[in-house]
Design a protein around this ligand. Structure first.
Ligand SMILES: [Zn+2]
Length: 149
């Protein structure tokens, strides 16, 4: 757990006030490994993840989405993530099913992780993260305090 606190302290992005639990996702959520549970504002990090730091910041991206982003922020992010402004932010589907395209919410979580780690290229997706995405995340944090609800 000390390592996780160090990783969060070294993040290049503001971190949402979510709890981090070193455990698999609860059974009532569809993910079997790591996840963000919005009902508890908790990031679950499955202890045997092969790339725990990257997965932690992907899930922290979902937490930041839920706790800090407003509808207008998501509308501004859509074109930066390669979507039209009319694209729904999220849709149901198995994120591990290659036949179902990732929704903007998933690509935002990837982009958040990329920004937080201070690297340039998505670790899941093939497209690079635009620096404007990282700037918007910083502006959201600078513009209003974030609180768990
Ligand atoms: Zn995700």
């Amino acid at each position: 757990m000390t390592t996780i606190l160090l990783w969060l302290a070294l993040s290049h992005m503001p971190v949402a006030p979510a709890t981090v639990t070193l455990a698999a996702c609860p059974a009532y959520l569809p993910d079997r490994w790591s996840c963000y549970d919005p009902s508890a504002a908790t990031v679950y990090l499955e202890p045997s993840e092969a790339q725990p730091r990257k997965v932690l910041f992907h899930e922290e991206g979902h937490a930041f989405d839920a706790l800090a982003l407003k509808a207008g922020d998501r509308r501004r992010l859509l074109p930066l993530l390669g979507f039209s402004r009319r694209t729904p932010w999220d849709w149901t589907g198995d994120v591990h099913d290659e036949a179902v395209p990732d929704p903007p919410a998933e690509l935002f979580a990837d982009a958040y992780a990329t920004c937080a780690l201070g690297v340039r290229v998505h670790f899941y997706a093939t497209r690079p993260t635009k620096p404007a995405v990282c700037r918007l995340i910083r502006r959201v944090h600078a513009g209003r305090p974030i609180h768990a609800t």
